[in-house]
Design a binder for this molecule. Structure first.
Ligand SMILES: [Zn+2]
Length: 292
């Protein structure tokens, strides 16, 4: 996983875009797609290949639950022909963005539609982190495929072919994770933010506790003592942390128990070489360091 390089490429891309160098000589007939997060952007590129140009809205360094849409993003998305959203409340800013889109025929899709939503206290509209389960991700890929076919019928057969190929790759990914997780000795984990519920359900892991019980919540001393007691009693070895959230409380619990803080990334930093498959494999490798 080469995040530094990806971040560098994103920076270069932004500079080129903002100085207007890119494609300034000839009209760009690619389908402009705005995707809310990097995994959905990658799905779109896997299907659309060189027929699409994808703008990612939420940067990988941001907490998507508190992300504020910027004038720069609004202007980069204004001519989008497809807006790809996750849904389940992740894009609380979608209405504001949709009202600024200039293409009257824009197709807006919520790719998590139809997935059985898990409820928790951190997410008012249910847990939106469905993309971290590769089996649910396949439904999101199919939704994006259908939208591209609708937006750009002349390339329908290419999109369908690429979709079939990519869905097969996600099947392989799912099979590999199933096999890998079956070798782990530990099933329980504690997490700072509940991003891994769908993943855990899919692969038989158990979320023993969530540190952040409500958005922005910090446990009081009594709750901290309970978390430490739980970690000790279950002999939890992994506390899942994410760079989009503060790490200090996770580190305190780890220091008082046998657990270690495992740095995970549920979002990824979008760029030309960003890959959802790599992102998931990175996270599984990180989990394995404590749970295997
Ligand atoms: Zn969340």
């Amino acid at each position: 996983m080469n995040y530094r390089r990806a971040a560098f490429l994103v920076s270069v891309g932004l500079i080129l875009a903002s100085t207007g160098c890119r494609n300034s000589q000839q009209p760009d007939d690619r389908v402009l797609v705005a995707a809310s997060i990097a995994p959905l952007a990658d799905f779109t590129r896997q299907i659309g290949a060189d027929k699409v140009h994808v703008v990612t809205i939420v940067p990988g360094s941001a907490n998507p639950h508190t992300f504020e849409i910027t004038p720069d993003i609004i202007s980069r998305c204004s001519k989008a022909r497809v807006l790809v959203l996750n849904g389940i409340g992740l894009e609380f800013w979608a209405g504001k963005l949709a009202s600024t889109l200039q293409n009257p025929d824009v197709i807006i899709i919520t790719t998590a539609q139809g997935i059985a939503v898990l409820e928790d206290d951190d997410h008012a509209q249910g847990n939106p982190h469905v993309w971290l389960d590769p089996v649910y991700a396949k439904l999101q890929v199919q939704a994006i495929s259908d939208a591209l076919v609708k937006a750009d019928p002349p390339h329908a057969s290419l999109y369908r072919q690429n979709t079939t190929h990519y869905l097969q790759k996600l099947d392989v990914l799912h099979a590999q994770i199933t096999e890998e997780v079956s070798t782990w000795r530990q099933r329980e984990f504690i997490c700072f933010h509940p991003s891994w519920n769908y993943f855990a359900n899919r692969y038989g892991l158990v979320q023993a506790a969530v540190i952040e019980k409500r958005p922005g919540f910090e446990p009081n001393p009594r709750e901290m003592a309970e978390l430490i007691e739980l970690a000790r009693r279950l002999q939890v070895r992994a506390i899942f942390a994410e760079k989009q959230f503060p790490a200090k409380i996770s580190e305190t619990i780890a220091a008082e128990s046998a657990a270690q803080v495992i740095a995970l990334d549920p979002l990824g930093q979008d760029g030309e070489d960003f890959s959802y498959e790599d992102l998931i494999r990175y996270n599984v490798r990180q989990m394995a360091t404590a749970m295997k």
